[in-house]
Design a protein. Structure first.
Length: 366
Protein backbone atom coordinates (compact mmCIF):
# COMPACT_ATOMS: atom_id res chain seq x y z
CA UNK A 1 0.00 0.00 0.00
CA UNK A 2 1.13 3.56 -0.68
CA UNK A 3 0.60 4.40 2.95
CA UNK A 4 3.29 1.90 4.01
CA UNK A 5 5.70 2.78 1.25
CA UNK A 6 5.45 6.59 1.56
CA UNK A 7 4.02 7.39 5.00
CA UNK A 8 5.42 10.95 5.10
CA UNK A 9 4.01 11.81 1.67
CA UNK A 10 0.62 10.35 2.64
CA UNK A 11 0.54 12.35 5.87
CA UNK A 12 1.46 15.55 4.07
CA UNK A 13 -1.33 15.07 1.52
CA UNK A 14 -3.83 14.26 4.26
CA UNK A 15 -2.77 17.35 6.21
CA UNK A 16 -3.20 19.56 3.13
CA UNK A 17 -6.66 18.16 2.46
CA UNK A 18 -7.72 18.73 6.05
CA UNK A 19 -6.32 22.27 5.97
CA UNK A 20 -8.30 23.08 2.82
CA UNK A 21 -11.44 21.58 4.37
CA UNK A 22 -11.09 23.68 7.51
CA UNK A 23 -10.42 26.81 5.41
CA UNK A 24 -13.49 26.19 3.25
CA UNK A 25 -15.64 25.76 6.36
CA UNK A 26 -14.65 29.28 7.35
CA UNK A 27 -15.86 30.71 4.05
CA UNK A 28 -19.30 31.50 2.75
CA UNK A 29 -20.46 30.74 -0.80
CA UNK A 30 -19.58 32.89 -3.78
CA UNK A 31 -22.49 35.12 -4.76
CA UNK A 32 -22.80 35.14 -8.56
CA UNK A 33 -24.75 38.12 -9.88
CA UNK A 34 -25.14 37.86 -13.67
CA UNK A 35 -26.48 41.12 -15.04
CA UNK A 36 -27.11 42.33 -18.56
CA UNK A 37 -23.79 44.17 -18.73
CA UNK A 38 -21.52 42.43 -16.24
CA UNK A 39 -20.85 39.49 -13.96
CA UNK A 40 -20.16 40.28 -10.31
CA UNK A 41 -18.74 37.79 -7.80
CA UNK A 42 -18.53 38.39 -4.06
CA UNK A 43 -17.58 36.12 -1.16
CA UNK A 44 -17.71 36.68 2.59
CA UNK A 45 -16.16 34.67 5.38
CA UNK A 46 -18.62 32.29 7.04
CA UNK A 47 -19.22 34.75 9.91
CA UNK A 48 -19.80 37.61 7.41
CA UNK A 49 -17.17 39.68 9.17
CA UNK A 50 -14.86 40.04 6.18
CA UNK A 51 -15.01 40.14 2.40
CA UNK A 52 -12.80 37.46 0.88
CA UNK A 53 -12.93 39.06 -2.57
CA UNK A 54 -15.14 41.03 -4.95
CA UNK A 55 -14.72 40.99 -8.70
CA UNK A 56 -16.57 42.34 -11.73
CA UNK A 57 -16.19 41.30 -15.36
CA UNK A 58 -17.93 43.23 -18.14
CA UNK A 59 -19.91 41.25 -20.69
CA UNK A 60 -19.75 41.87 -24.46
CA UNK A 61 -22.33 44.47 -25.47
CA UNK A 62 -23.28 45.32 -29.03
CA UNK A 63 -25.99 47.96 -28.37
CA UNK A 64 -28.67 45.67 -29.80
CA UNK A 65 -32.13 45.32 -28.28
CA UNK A 66 -31.27 41.77 -27.23
CA UNK A 67 -29.42 41.76 -23.93
CA UNK A 68 -28.99 38.01 -23.59
CA UNK A 69 -25.44 36.66 -23.57
CA UNK A 70 -24.71 33.16 -24.96
CA UNK A 71 -24.18 30.54 -22.20
CA UNK A 72 -20.56 29.83 -23.18
CA UNK A 73 -19.70 33.54 -22.95
CA UNK A 74 -21.33 33.74 -19.51
CA UNK A 75 -19.30 30.76 -18.27
CA UNK A 76 -16.13 32.30 -19.70
CA UNK A 77 -16.87 35.62 -18.00
CA UNK A 78 -17.33 33.91 -14.62
CA UNK A 79 -14.04 32.06 -15.03
CA UNK A 80 -12.26 35.30 -15.92
CA UNK A 81 -13.81 37.08 -12.94
CA UNK A 82 -12.40 34.34 -10.65
CA UNK A 83 -9.01 34.02 -12.33
CA UNK A 84 -6.12 35.27 -10.22
CA UNK A 85 -8.42 36.39 -7.42
CA UNK A 86 -8.68 35.37 -3.75
CA UNK A 87 -11.95 33.44 -4.01
CA UNK A 88 -11.82 30.08 -2.26
CA UNK A 89 -13.94 26.99 -2.77
CA UNK A 90 -16.49 26.28 -5.48
CA UNK A 91 -19.81 26.66 -3.65
CA UNK A 92 -21.92 29.30 -5.37
CA UNK A 93 -25.31 30.95 -4.96
CA UNK A 94 -26.80 32.21 -8.21
CA UNK A 95 -29.67 34.47 -9.02
CA UNK A 96 -32.57 34.23 -11.45
CA UNK A 97 -33.33 37.41 -13.38
CA UNK A 98 -36.69 38.85 -14.38
CA UNK A 99 -36.69 37.28 -17.85
CA UNK A 100 -36.23 33.81 -16.29
CA UNK A 101 -38.91 34.30 -13.68
CA UNK A 102 -42.67 34.51 -13.28
CA UNK A 103 -43.27 36.87 -10.34
CA UNK A 104 -46.61 38.11 -9.05
CA UNK A 105 -48.42 39.18 -5.90
CA UNK A 106 -51.64 37.18 -5.41
CA UNK A 107 -54.21 36.71 -2.65
CA UNK A 108 -55.31 33.31 -1.43
CA UNK A 109 -57.37 32.04 1.52
CA UNK A 110 -55.52 31.94 4.83
CA UNK A 111 -55.06 28.18 5.28
CA UNK A 112 -52.36 25.71 6.31
CA UNK A 113 -49.32 25.06 4.08
CA UNK A 114 -50.51 22.04 2.00
CA UNK A 115 -53.82 23.72 1.25
CA UNK A 116 -52.10 27.00 0.44
CA UNK A 117 -49.82 25.20 -2.02
CA UNK A 118 -52.91 23.90 -3.81
CA UNK A 119 -54.55 27.33 -3.95
CA UNK A 120 -51.39 28.95 -5.28
CA UNK A 121 -50.93 26.38 -8.02
CA UNK A 122 -54.56 26.77 -9.06
CA UNK A 123 -54.26 30.55 -9.06
CA UNK A 124 -51.17 30.77 -11.25
CA UNK A 125 -51.70 27.76 -13.56
CA UNK A 126 -53.44 29.84 -16.21
CA UNK A 127 -50.99 32.74 -15.93
CA UNK A 128 -47.79 30.84 -16.67
CA UNK A 129 -46.38 30.75 -20.19
CA UNK A 130 -45.35 27.11 -19.60
CA UNK A 131 -46.92 24.01 -18.11
CA UNK A 132 -47.25 24.10 -14.35
CA UNK A 133 -46.00 20.49 -14.34
CA UNK A 134 -42.63 21.89 -15.56
CA UNK A 135 -42.54 24.73 -13.04
CA UNK A 136 -40.35 25.21 -10.00
CA UNK A 137 -42.55 27.26 -7.64
CA UNK A 138 -41.63 29.14 -4.48
CA UNK A 139 -43.58 31.77 -2.58
CA UNK A 140 -43.22 34.27 0.23
CA UNK A 141 -46.15 34.99 2.56
CA UNK A 142 -46.35 38.76 2.90
CA UNK A 143 -49.22 39.66 5.25
CA UNK A 144 -52.89 39.20 6.09
CA UNK A 145 -55.18 41.39 3.98
CA UNK A 146 -58.79 42.29 4.63
CA UNK A 147 -60.80 41.43 1.51
CA UNK A 148 -64.43 42.32 2.14
CA UNK A 149 -65.51 40.30 5.15
CA UNK A 150 -62.76 37.72 4.66
CA UNK A 151 -59.13 37.72 5.70
CA UNK A 152 -56.86 36.74 2.80
CA UNK A 153 -53.14 36.09 2.65
CA UNK A 154 -51.01 38.26 0.36
CA UNK A 155 -48.44 35.98 -1.27
CA UNK A 156 -45.50 36.75 -3.58
CA UNK A 157 -45.21 33.87 -6.04
CA UNK A 158 -42.04 33.09 -7.98
CA UNK A 159 -41.90 30.38 -10.64
CA UNK A 160 -39.30 29.27 -13.15
CA UNK A 161 -39.53 26.91 -16.12
CA UNK A 162 -37.46 23.87 -15.13
CA UNK A 163 -35.53 23.61 -18.45
CA UNK A 164 -34.50 27.27 -18.08
CA UNK A 165 -33.27 26.58 -14.56
CA UNK A 166 -31.35 23.47 -15.69
CA UNK A 167 -29.62 25.45 -18.46
CA UNK A 168 -28.69 28.20 -16.02
CA UNK A 169 -27.22 25.70 -13.57
CA UNK A 170 -25.20 24.30 -16.47
CA UNK A 171 -23.68 27.74 -17.10
CA UNK A 172 -22.46 27.92 -13.49
CA UNK A 173 -21.11 24.36 -13.52
CA UNK A 174 -19.31 24.97 -16.81
CA UNK A 175 -17.57 27.90 -15.10
CA UNK A 176 -16.12 25.48 -12.54
CA UNK A 177 -18.48 26.35 -9.68
CA UNK A 178 -20.83 24.18 -7.63
CA UNK A 179 -24.37 25.65 -7.34
CA UNK A 180 -25.69 25.09 -3.82
CA UNK A 181 -28.67 27.46 -3.94
CA UNK A 182 -30.76 29.47 -6.39
CA UNK A 183 -32.14 32.84 -5.29
CA UNK A 184 -34.02 35.71 -6.93
CA UNK A 185 -32.87 39.30 -7.21
CA UNK A 186 -35.55 40.91 -4.97
CA UNK A 187 -34.86 38.55 -2.05
CA UNK A 188 -31.10 39.01 -2.40
CA UNK A 189 -31.62 42.78 -2.41
CA UNK A 190 -33.75 42.57 0.74
CA UNK A 191 -31.22 40.35 2.52
CA UNK A 192 -28.34 42.67 1.66
CA UNK A 193 -30.05 45.78 3.00
CA UNK A 194 -31.37 44.36 6.25
CA UNK A 195 -28.00 42.80 7.04
CA UNK A 196 -26.68 46.35 7.34
CA UNK A 197 -29.34 47.41 9.87
CA UNK A 198 -28.08 47.07 13.42
CA UNK A 199 -30.56 49.19 15.40
CA UNK A 200 -34.00 47.90 16.39
CA UNK A 201 -35.50 51.23 15.31
CA UNK A 202 -34.21 50.71 11.77
CA UNK A 203 -35.41 47.12 11.62
CA UNK A 204 -38.94 48.18 12.59
CA UNK A 205 -39.19 50.63 9.68
CA UNK A 206 -40.87 49.90 6.39
CA UNK A 207 -38.52 50.62 3.52
CA UNK A 208 -38.80 50.76 -0.26
CA UNK A 209 -35.68 49.31 -1.89
CA UNK A 210 -35.15 50.45 -5.48
CA UNK A 211 -32.45 48.69 -7.50
CA UNK A 212 -31.87 50.65 -10.71
CA UNK A 213 -29.88 48.57 -13.16
CA UNK A 214 -29.12 48.77 -16.85
CA UNK A 215 -31.97 46.58 -18.14
CA UNK A 216 -34.61 46.90 -15.43
CA UNK A 217 -35.52 48.32 -12.03
CA UNK A 218 -36.62 46.09 -9.18
CA UNK A 219 -38.67 47.39 -6.27
CA UNK A 220 -39.00 45.69 -2.88
CA UNK A 221 -41.03 46.95 0.06
CA UNK A 222 -40.11 45.23 3.29
CA UNK A 223 -39.94 45.48 7.04
CA UNK A 224 -37.31 43.57 8.98
CA UNK A 225 -37.39 39.97 7.81
CA UNK A 226 -40.72 40.38 6.02
CA UNK A 227 -40.98 41.07 2.29
CA UNK A 228 -44.34 42.71 1.56
CA UNK A 229 -44.21 43.68 -2.10
CA UNK A 230 -42.05 43.02 -5.16
CA UNK A 231 -42.27 44.46 -8.65
CA UNK A 232 -40.08 44.81 -11.74
CA UNK A 233 -40.25 48.08 -13.68
CA UNK A 234 -39.25 48.26 -17.32
CA UNK A 235 -37.40 51.57 -16.86
CA UNK A 236 -33.64 51.56 -16.39
CA UNK A 237 -30.26 52.81 -17.56
CA UNK A 238 -30.63 51.48 -21.09
CA UNK A 239 -33.68 53.70 -21.64
CA UNK A 240 -31.73 56.72 -20.41
CA UNK A 241 -28.83 55.97 -22.78
CA UNK A 242 -31.22 55.72 -25.71
CA UNK A 243 -32.87 59.01 -24.75
CA UNK A 244 -29.51 60.81 -24.55
CA UNK A 245 -28.40 59.40 -27.91
CA UNK A 246 -31.60 60.61 -29.57
CA UNK A 247 -31.68 64.02 -27.87
CA UNK A 248 -28.03 64.85 -28.56
CA UNK A 249 -27.95 63.09 -31.96
CA UNK A 250 -25.03 60.84 -31.13
CA UNK A 251 -24.19 57.14 -31.29
CA UNK A 252 -25.51 54.99 -28.47
CA UNK A 253 -22.04 53.92 -27.32
CA UNK A 254 -20.98 57.57 -27.05
CA UNK A 255 -24.19 58.48 -25.21
CA UNK A 256 -23.62 55.63 -22.74
CA UNK A 257 -20.06 56.79 -22.02
CA UNK A 258 -21.12 60.45 -21.74
CA UNK A 259 -23.93 59.81 -19.29
CA UNK A 260 -21.91 57.44 -17.15
CA UNK A 261 -18.83 59.65 -17.00
CA UNK A 262 -20.93 62.68 -16.13
CA UNK A 263 -22.89 60.78 -13.46
CA UNK A 264 -19.75 59.42 -11.80
CA UNK A 265 -18.39 62.92 -11.17
CA UNK A 266 -19.34 65.11 -8.23
CA UNK A 267 -21.89 67.83 -9.03
CA UNK A 268 -19.33 70.63 -8.67
CA UNK A 269 -17.02 68.89 -11.16
CA UNK A 270 -19.60 68.29 -13.90
CA UNK A 271 -19.70 70.24 -17.12
CA UNK A 272 -22.88 72.38 -16.78
CA UNK A 273 -23.80 72.11 -20.46
CA UNK A 274 -23.40 68.33 -20.51
CA UNK A 275 -25.29 67.93 -17.23
CA UNK A 276 -28.13 70.10 -18.59
CA UNK A 277 -28.29 68.16 -21.86
CA UNK A 278 -28.36 64.79 -20.09
CA UNK A 279 -31.02 66.01 -17.66
CA UNK A 280 -33.24 67.28 -20.48
CA UNK A 281 -32.84 64.07 -22.46
CA UNK A 282 -33.60 61.75 -19.56
CA UNK A 283 -36.44 63.77 -18.02
CA UNK A 284 -39.24 61.71 -19.67
CA UNK A 285 -37.57 58.48 -18.51
CA UNK A 286 -37.21 59.75 -14.95
CA UNK A 287 -40.84 60.91 -14.98
CA UNK A 288 -41.93 57.42 -16.02
CA UNK A 289 -39.82 55.92 -13.23
CA UNK A 290 -41.40 58.33 -10.75
CA UNK A 291 -44.87 57.38 -11.93
CA UNK A 292 -44.14 53.67 -11.44
CA UNK A 293 -42.63 54.21 -8.00
CA UNK A 294 -45.64 56.33 -7.01
CA UNK A 295 -47.94 53.44 -7.93
CA UNK A 296 -45.86 51.09 -5.75
CA UNK A 297 -46.11 53.65 -2.96
CA UNK A 298 -49.92 53.83 -3.31
CA UNK A 299 -50.30 50.05 -3.49
CA UNK A 300 -48.46 49.74 -0.20
CA UNK A 301 -50.57 52.47 1.43
CA UNK A 302 -53.85 50.84 0.41
CA UNK A 303 -52.89 47.20 0.94
CA UNK A 304 -50.63 47.26 4.03
CA UNK A 305 -52.26 49.79 6.29
CA UNK A 306 -51.08 50.78 9.72
CA UNK A 307 -47.54 51.91 9.00
CA UNK A 308 -46.17 54.27 6.36
CA UNK A 309 -42.93 53.98 4.44
CA UNK A 310 -40.02 55.48 6.36
CA UNK A 311 -37.44 55.74 3.60
CA UNK A 312 -36.30 54.74 0.14
CA UNK A 313 -32.93 53.12 -0.53
CA UNK A 314 -31.56 53.51 -4.06
CA UNK A 315 -29.07 50.92 -5.31
CA UNK A 316 -27.76 49.42 -8.53
CA UNK A 317 -25.18 50.48 -11.08
CA UNK A 318 -27.33 53.43 -12.19
CA UNK A 319 -27.78 54.96 -8.73
CA UNK A 320 -26.37 58.46 -8.26
CA UNK A 321 -26.86 61.40 -5.91
CA UNK A 322 -28.63 63.64 -8.46
CA UNK A 323 -31.30 61.04 -9.17
CA UNK A 324 -31.58 60.26 -5.46
CA UNK A 325 -32.32 63.90 -4.60
CA UNK A 326 -34.91 64.18 -7.35
CA UNK A 327 -36.74 60.98 -6.37
CA UNK A 328 -36.64 61.90 -2.68
CA UNK A 329 -38.12 65.35 -3.34
CA UNK A 330 -40.84 64.22 -5.70
CA UNK A 331 -41.90 61.22 -3.59
CA UNK A 332 -41.59 63.22 -0.37
CA UNK A 333 -39.63 60.39 1.17
CA UNK A 334 -36.31 60.24 2.97
CA UNK A 335 -33.77 58.56 0.72
CA UNK A 336 -30.23 57.24 0.74
CA UNK A 337 -27.89 55.44 -1.62
CA UNK A 338 -27.11 51.89 -0.60
CA UNK A 339 -23.58 50.98 0.40
CA UNK A 340 -23.49 47.24 1.18
CA UNK A 341 -19.70 47.18 1.49
CA UNK A 342 -19.24 50.18 3.77
CA UNK A 343 -18.32 48.00 6.76
CA UNK A 344 -15.68 46.10 4.80
CA UNK A 345 -12.27 47.58 3.96
CA UNK A 346 -11.47 46.48 0.41
CA UNK A 347 -8.26 46.68 -1.54
CA UNK A 348 -8.62 48.05 -5.05
CA UNK A 349 -11.44 49.87 -6.77
CA UNK A 350 -14.81 48.11 -6.88
CA UNK A 351 -16.61 50.99 -8.62
CA UNK A 352 -19.95 52.21 -7.35
CA UNK A 353 -20.58 50.39 -4.10
CA UNK A 354 -24.33 50.47 -4.74
CA UNK A 355 -23.93 47.98 -7.60
CA UNK A 356 -22.94 45.19 -5.16
CA UNK A 357 -26.27 44.83 -3.34
CA UNK A 358 -27.48 41.74 -5.19
CA UNK A 359 -24.10 39.98 -5.15
CA UNK A 360 -23.79 40.68 -1.42
CA UNK A 361 -27.29 39.36 -0.78
CA UNK A 362 -26.48 36.15 -2.63
CA UNK A 363 -23.21 35.70 -0.73
CA UNK A 364 -25.11 36.17 2.55
CA UNK A 365 -27.58 33.37 1.85
CA UNK A 366 -27.30 30.51 4.34
Amino acid sequence: MKFNRHPREYQQKTYLKMTRLIANNRLGPIGVDIGSRSVKLLQFTRDHERVVDASRWDLPYDNSETLSTPPDELSAAIRKARSGRRFRGKNAVLCLSEDQLFLQNIRVPKVDAPEMDRHIRQEIAGRLSFSIAEAEIRYVEAADIRHGDAVMREVIVMACHRPVLDNYLGVIEAAGLRPIAVDVEPLALHRSYWKQCRRDADRNERVMLVNLGFARTSVVISQGNDVLFVKYIDVAGRNMDQAVAKHLDMKLTAATALRRHNGDRRTDQQDPDIARGVAEATRPIVEKLLSELSMCFRYHSVTFRGQSLARMVLSGGEANTQLLELLSTRLNLKAEISDPLRAYPLGGDVGRSSQWDVAAGLALKN
